[in-house]
Design a protein around this ligand. Structure first.
Ligand code: C2E
Ligand code: MG
Ligand code: MG
Length: 588
C-alpha cells in the first residue's frame, strides 16, 4: 500500500471520529449476530489505526485492541478485500501472530469500506478450531460489514446535520475545509451570512416565537442552495449563520455583486423583521494555507465589518483583522491599566480667553502608556472602551483624577477649572449625578470648577432621562460644553433644549480656515450663530498665530490648540502657567 493511500485512509478514519469512542448497542447488535450466525465465540468490529487494531464492538474478547503488526484485520483494511484463514497453524504468515499465539485457529474478515473506497478495518469472526467458510457465509459477512458501514455513516451524519435546516453544520464545514487542505495552490471563495446579531435573534425568538424563525431559516436555506448551485451545499454553522462556497462559475471580480443580490433576495423573501441586519462576509483563500478554524474566525471578522458597509457585504482583509485583534487586546488589557498606577494618566491642554488673555481652564485628556504596545492614542482606545462595560470605570477614573488635580493645585494657590470629556454611555448611568456630587464633596471641589464635554452626536441620542440628568448637573453650577461642534448631526431645535453654555468648534473647521474665504465664512457663521443662541464659543485645534488672530477678529471667545500649548502633565502645566501668566501663581 502506498504511503499516501495509507495517509488518506487514516485521515478518513480520523474524520469519522470513531476511535476510542464508547461502546454502542447499534454496533454490538451486529457483532452478536455475526458470532451467533457462525456459531463461533469471537466477533468484532475492528478499526485499523496507525499501529493498532481497535475494537469498536466485540464479543468474546476482553481487551480493546491488539497490535496492528500481523493482525489479519489490518490486511483486510489495507487490501479492501475479504480474508479467510482456515487454520492459523498452517498459515506461514499468521502462525506466529498475536492471535495465532493466543490459540486462535480460524479467522474470517470482511472489509469496512467507505464510499470512496478506503478500508477502515474489518468485521471479523474468529474461532479456536480450524474451519472452512461457505459462499453463503461469505456473502452474509459482507452484507453485515456493509450494515456496519451504514451505521458508521449514519452516526457520523447525525452529528453533522443541523436539525432546524437539514443542512450540514459547522463540524461538517471544518471537516470539508480540512479535506480541501490537500489541494495545494487552489484559491477558493467562501462566505458567511449572518442574519442578525445573537441578541437581536434571541429577542425576536421571544417575540415572534420559534416557528417564525424556523420559517425564516428554511427560506434562507432555499435561497442559498440556489445561489451555490448543484455542486455544493450551504452549511448552517450557527443559529443565525450560514457559510457557503462560491459557485464554481463565479467570477471573483464580480462575485461581491452577486452576493449583494443574494442578500437582497434574502431580505425580500425572508419576511425580515426591522431589527435584523443580515450581512455577508466574504474571503478568498488558499485552503492549504489556512487552518479550518482560522477560516471561520476570519469570516466572522469580515461579517462584522459587513454590518457597517452600505451593501451589507464585506470582504475579509488582513489589515482589518489585525485591527480587530489589536482592539480585542486593548479591551482585554484596559481593566489591568485601570488598576495599575503607571499606565493611565491625564494631560491637560489649556484654553485662553481671547478678550483678556487669561487662562483659567484646561481640558483633561486621558493617556494610556501600554506596557508592551507603548503609548496608545485616546482616539484609538476610547471608542473601544466606550463600547464596552468599562466605559463607566473609564469616566470614573478620569473624574477622580481630574478632581484630585484641582484640589492639589488649589493647595498650591492656583484656582483652576477643568473640562472633562464624557461619553453618551455616562448619560445612561442611573446614579451618575449622585456619584458626581459625592466625588465633588469628597475632593471639596465646587461644581463651577467643572465643565463636562459631550459631542453633539452623544447628546442627540439622548432620551428624556438623559436630558433630565444634564439639567440636574447644570443646575448645580457645572457647565456643559458641546464638543466637536459641526461634526455631528445636531438640529438647532434640539440644541436649544440642551442646557449647554459652551460650544467647541471642531478642529477640522479651524484647520480648513487656511484653505480660503469660504471656509473662513463658515467658521464666522458658526461663531455668530452660537453667539446668537447664547453660547460661549471655543475654537479647538488652533495651530498658528494667524488662526488665533483671525478667530479673535471674528469674535471667538476662547482658543485651545497647539499654538497655545500641547496637552501636558499636571506639573508641566504649573510650570507653563508660571511662565505664561506669572500673576496667576503669585499667591502660590
Ligand atoms: P477632543 O475632546 O476633541 O480633544 C481634543 C483633541 O484634539 C485632543 O486629542 C488634543 O490633543 C487634540 N488637539 C488639541 N489641539 C490640537 C491642535 O492644535 N492640532 C491638532 N491636530 N490636534 C489638537 P487627543 O488627546 O488625542 O484626544 C482625542 C479624543 O479622545 C478627544 O477629542 C476626546 O474625544 C477623546 N478623549 C480624550 N480623553 C478623554 C476622556 O478622558 N474621556 C473621554 N470620554 N474621551 C476622551
Ligand atoms: Mg473634548
Ligand atoms: Mg473636541
Amino acid at each position: 500500500m502506498h504511503a499516501s493511500d495509507e495517509l488518506a485512509r487514516l485521515s478518513s478514519l480520523r474524520n469519522l471520529r470513531l476511535l476510542d469512542t464508547l461502546p454502542s448497542e447499534s454496533f454490538d447488535r451486529i457483532t452478536r449476530l455475526v458470532a451467533s450466525y457462525f456459531n463461533l465465540p469471537i466477533a468484532a468490529v475492528s478499526l485499523t489505526d496507525v499501529d493498532r487494531q481497535w475494537f469498536k464492538s466485540k464479543v468474546g474478547v476482553e481487551h480493546d485492541g491488539i497490535p496492528r503488526y500481523k493482525a489479519p484485520c489490518a490486511e483486510v483494511a489495507e487490501t479492501g478485500r475479504m480474508l479467510v484463514i482456515p487454520d492459523f497453524e498452517k498459515d506461514d504468515h499468521y502462525a506466529d501472530s498475536t492471535l495465532g499465539n493466543a490459540g486462535i485457529r480460524f479467522y474470517a474478515g470482511a472489509p469496512l469500506l467507505t464510499p470512496d473506497g478506503h478500508g477502515l478495518g474489518a468485521l471479523c469472526v474468529l474461532g479456536a478450531e480450524p474451519r472452512t467458510i461457505t459462499d453463503d457465509e461469505m456473502a452474509t459477512l459482507t452484507d453485515l460489514a456493509a450494515m456496519v458501514m451504514d451505521q458508521i455513516e449514519l452516526q457520523h451524519a447525525v452529528g453533522r446535520i443541523d436539525a432546524s435546516s437539514g443542512l450540514p453544520n459547522r463540524f461538517q464545514l471544518l471537516n470539508d475545509l480540512s479535506d480541501l487542505q490537500k489541494n495545494h495552490g487552489e484559491q477558493r471563495i467562501i462566505s458567511l451570512l449572518d442574519l442578525a446579531q445573537t441578541a437581536q435573534f434571541d429577542r425576536l425568538s421571544r417575540v415572534m416565537g420559534p416557528s417564525y424563525l424556523d420559517g425564516l431559516i428554511r427560506t434562507v436555506a432555499r435561497i442559498l442552495k440556489a445561489h451555490v448551485g448543484d455542486q455544493s451545499t450551504p452549511y448552517h454553522v450557527g443559529p443565525t449563520q450560514f457559510a457557503f462556497f462560491a459557485p464554481e462559475t463565479a467570477d471573483p471580480d464580480t462575485y461581491s455583486e452577486l452576493l449583494a443580490k443574494t442578500l437582497r433576495d434574502i431580505e425580500k423573501h425572508g419576511d425580515f423583521h426591522m431589527s435584523m441586519t443580515p450581512s455577508i462576509g466574504v474571503m478568498s483563500f488558499d485552503p492549504a494555507e489556512m487552518l479550518p478554524e482560522d477560516v471561520l474566525r476570519s469570516l466572522q471578522s469580515a461579517v462584522q465589518d459587513a454590518r457597517d458597509s452600505d451593501t451589507g457585504v464585506g470582504s475579509f482583509s488582513f489589515a482589518t483583522d489585525m485591527r480587530h485583534r489589536r482592539n480585542f487586546r486593548l479591551l482585554q488589557d484596559f481593566p489591568i491599566a485601570l488598576d495599575a498606577d503607571d499606565q493611565l494618566f491625564l494631560v491637560f491642554q489649556p484654553r485662553m480667553d481671547l478678550a483678556t488673555g487669561e487662562v483659567e481652564i484646561a481640558e483633561a485628556l486621558l493617556r494610556w502608556n501600554h506596557p508592551v504596545l507603548g503609548p496608545i492614542s485616546p482616539a484609538e482606545f476610547i471608542p473601544i472602551v466606550e463600547a464596552s462595560t468599562y466605559a463607566r470605570a473609564l469616566s470614573a477614573w478620569v473624574i477622580e483624577e481630574a478632581l484630585r488635580h484641582i484640589t492639589a493645585w488649589e493647595a498650591l494657590g492656583l484656582k483652576f477649572k477643568l473640562s472633562i470629556n464624557l461619553s453618551a454611555l455616562n448619560l445612561e448611568e442611573h446614579d451618575f449625578f449622585e456619584r458626581m456630587m459625592e466625588k465633588l464633596k469628597e475632593h471639596c471641589v465646587d461644581p463651577d470648577r467643572i465643565e463636562l464635554e459631550l459631542t453633539e452626536t452623544a447628546m442627540m441620542k439622548e432620551t428624556d432621562r438623559a436630558l433630565d440628568l444634564l439639567q440636574r448637573l447644570t443646575a448645580t453650577g457645572i457647565r456643559l460644553a458641546i464638543d466637536d461642534f459641526g461634526t455631528g448631526y445636531s438640529s438647532l431645535a434640539y440644541m436649544q433644549k440642551l442646557p449647554a453654555s459652551v460650544v467647541k468648534i471642531d478642529r477640522s473647521f479651524i484647520a480648513d480656515m487656511a484653505n480660503g474665504n469660504r471656509e473662513r465664512v463658515l467658521v464666522r457663521s458658526m461663531i455668530n450663530l452660537s453667539h446668537s443662541l447664547g453660547y460661549r464659543v471655543v475654537a479647538e485645534g488652533v495651530e498658528s498665530a494667524e488662526a488665533s488672530d483671525l478667530l479673535q477678529a471674528m469674535g471667538c471667545d476662547e482658543i485651545q490648540g497647539f499654538w497655545l500649548s500641547r496637552p501636558m502633565r499636571g506639573d508641566a502645566l504649573l510650570d507653563w502657567l508660571a511662565h505664561q501668566m506669572p500673576r496667576k501663581l503669585e499667591v502660590a
